[in-house]
Ligand binder design. Structure first.
Ligand SMILES: *Cc1c(COP(=O)(O)O)cnc(C)c1O
Length: 434
């Protein structure tokens, strides 16, 4: 399989696309052509790793990793991804629980796959690769957990001091010697600027061999298609109905993975992107004009994105807004509505949801009746509510029990280094990494 940039450059191999993250012309990698499947192609695949193998094997054609697929997928899908039935306003729906991984959010799937692939490619290289990741909370933890203790790989996490929750900070700073956690005296934008500056610095790049692990890497997206394949196949085999999905959306990686699965022939009905008050996508579908903007702070902070990068992939794969809006729904959910939804989820489901997941449950409850009744709906639960306890607990009035994976992380000692938001300060800190 050959990979091309959304802006034309290429071809590249899967291995090159995974290692470089972004294409040489600044675009995002896409496979030359998506493979297509029939439902019966999955007849012998029962478990998620087996379904992943059928779905993802074509993407590995010609890769050095071709013979390592089983090991890569076993590592990636080492935790359950269950679907739970819920009911509200006289209807039944389903919750796809993507939060049973090491850091209790769906990003564990993409980060785990990328780490499994890169560590195998890197074991064949000479000097260690340094993954730089700027994070406002969730991504850094998932990436650090996935690369923790992997030989030949180092991770440098940059986060804005005082702007992540206590539990989030703990998850960013509790790893072993190959992970360096940097508390930047600045904003998330400063962290991102620093990463770009470091990657663009010829001298530093030569010493450290930088790579990135943010959601523009195709290695984060490919494995995410698997849980849409698995959930839709199970539902379709049981009921004969293609389920629709409602997906909390920020940078559009998770939503894109679902669209990709549908394009590949999986039995998926309507797809709705649920966004927070950052309504760049909703405005695009309405006005047909793509107007990225600065992000707004909301309760669903991991979705605070004003310029979703994966829109570039979606436009290349499907088309512009006039085409896209016939194939995808989009909603924008206010903080007020998120709060109402979290309270109602707790009352009606009997367990709490996180603020991101609440954008999907709100959207589901307020679907146009014809759309609501005409389909079965799977709502995507992107993180465990215990990660956002300072928002969730005051609203529902009870403590959210810690899942075992989070309890384990929060019992570990932490360490971090504070830096000024300058390249000199970052370069000095990089000398200290093991
Ligand atoms: C990252 C994240 C999202 C948004 O996912 P995208 O792929 O960026 O659209 C939603 N919810 C949670 C909990 C996240 O961490």
């Amino acid at each position: 399989m050959r990979y091309f940039s959304t802006r034309g450059a290429g071809p590249s191999s899967l291995d090159e696309a995974l290692q470089s993250g972004i294409a040489s012309d600044g675009g995002l990698f896409l496979p030359e052509q998506l493979p297509t499947f029939r439902v019966s192609d999955f007849d012998d695949a029962e478990s998620i790793p087996e379904i992943a193998k059928v779905l993802l094997s074509p993407f590995f054609a010609g890769s050095e990793l071709q013979d390592d697929i089983d090991g890569i997928l076993a590592e990636t899908f080492s935790f359950p991804i269950p679907v739970t039935e819920v009911s509200s306003v006289g209807r039944n729906g389903y919750l796809l629980e993507l939060y049973h991984g090491p850091t209790a959010a769906f990003k564990d799937v993409g980060a785990g796959f990328l780490a499994a692939c890169l560590s195998r490619l890197e074991s064949r290289a000479g000097s260690p690769l340094t993954i730089l990741v700027a994070t406002s909370g969730d991504t850094g933890g998932a990436v650090a957990a996935a690369f923790d203790r992997r030989p030949g790989m180092r991770v440098v996490v940059l986060f804005p001091d005082g702007r992540v929750s206590d539990r989030q900070e703990h998850q960013l700073c509790c790893w072993s010697e190959n992970v360096l956690s940097l508390k930047v005296q600045g904003t998330f934008d400063d962290c991102q600027t620093l990463v770009k500056a470091a990657m663009g610095d010829a001298e530093l790049s030569k010493i450290h061999r930088f790579s990135s692990a943010n959601s523009i890497n195709i290695g984060r997206l490919l494995p995410q298609s698997t849980y849409y394949a698995d959930a839709s196949l199970r539902h379709f085999r049981r009921t004969g109905v293609k389920p629709g999905f409602i997906i909390p959306t920020g940078n559009l990686g998770n939503g894109f993975a679902c669209v990709m699965a549908r394009e590949m022939g999986l039995p998926i009905g309507p797809v709705i992107l649920a966004t927070n008050a950052n309504k760049t996508i909703a405005d695009y579908f309405e006005s047909l004009e793509w107007l990225p903007r600065a992000s707004l702070q909301t309760l669903a902070s991991a979705m605070d994105v004003g310029d979703p990068s994966n829109m570039e992939r979606l436009r290349k794969l499907i088309g512009e807004a006039d085409v896209l809006r016939d194939q995808l729904g989009v909603t924008s959910v206010s903080d007020e509505a998120i709060k109402v939804a979290m309270r109602q989820d707790f009352r009606e489901f009997g367990f709490a949801t996180c603020p991101h997941t609440a954008t999907a449950t709100h959207t589901w409850r307020h679907l146009d009746p014809e759309l609501a009744e005409g389909h079965d709906w799977i709502l995507v639960a992107t993180a465990h509510p215990a990660k956002f306890e300072t928002i969730v607990e005051p609203l529902i009035g009870v403590k959210v029990p810690l899942p075992p994976e989070l309890a384990d992380i929060l019992s570990r000692p932490t360490r971090s280094v504070s830096i000024e938001p300058t390249l000199e300060s970052l370069a000095a800190a990089l000398q200290g990494i093991g």
